[in-house]
Design a protein around this ligand. Structure first.
Ligand code: ATP
Length: 212
């Protein structure tokens, strides 16, 4: 399987397939047709077939898909079997909410340390995770395996943080801040995934006044 050939549009649907297939396995279902799966997921059967064809199929005409094989393949593509070491910068409201949400840990993303500059939070723990001063971050990353930095800081400090971690071997940034990091990340070869909750809310607002 060459995952470079899978388009980002397909990749974006994989977590949802993964959750559905997990539910099917829990229910003891071992085979499912593209039609059944598409109905459950509100997609078209041809969309499901096209998506699964991208990474090897696992279906046979008339017999349906092997649920476990698909589940395992999607887990591999998403890197779910892999464990990632994560640090977070910014222990404000958003940082604390993300740190407390332990679903990420079950997916193999281990949050090991949090950094901030606010003396009210430095020295505390959040969900059992220590909060250190930002001044200690570079040394921490140099001495502790760290794959991902989660950014929950104000927009204006986002690029400063990327400049601090660039060249330290960080592979990805999970960017909740509104800083536009594409240039900085390109410079250091770091992959950025943005999570902009207010943007999502604005889209809901737009849909409410256009679709209702
Ligand atoms: P949130 O936006 O998450 O609700 P908040 O409103 O409490 O948080 P923000 O001003 O957005 O606060 O800052 C988020 C966190 O980032 C705060 O805990 C703040 O102390 C921290 N922070 C601000 N500047 C830096 C920096 N340069 N390095 C590390 N942390 C920082």
């Amino acid at each position: 399987m060459d995952d470079k050939k899978i388009s980002i549009a397909v990749i974006k649907r994989l977590p949802r397939y993964y959750r559905y297939l997990s539910d099917l396995l829990d229910a003891g279902i071992t085979k499912i047709s593209s039609k059944e799966l598409s109905e459950r997921m509100d997609l078209t059967a041809s969309q499901v077939r096209q998506d699964f064809n991208c990474f090897g199929g696992f279906g046979q005409q008339g017999y349906g898909y092997n649920v476990r094989k698909l589940y395992e393949e999607i887990a591999e593509i998403l890197g779910i079997e892999q464990a990632y070491d994560v640090v977070m910068v910014g222990a404000g409201n958003m940082g604390q909410a993300v740190a407390k949400y332990d679903n990420f840990k079950r997916r193999g993303y281990n949050l090991n340390a949090i950094f901030d500059i606010n003396p009210d939070v430095v020295g505390n723990t959040i969900a059992g995770i220590p909060v250190y001063h930002l001044d200690d971050m570079v040394e921490y990353i140099k001495t502790h395996k760290t794959d991902i930095v989660t950014l929950t800081v104000p927009a204006k400090v986002g690029t400063t943080i990327v400049d601090m971690i660039g060249g330290l071997g960080i592979k990805g940034i999970w960017n909740f801040s509104y800083a536009d990091l594409h240039e900085a990340a390109e410079k250091y070869g770091i992959i950025v995934e943005n999570v902009h909750l207010s943007d999502s809310l604005m889209i809901l607002g737009y849909r409410l006044h256009t679709e209702k």
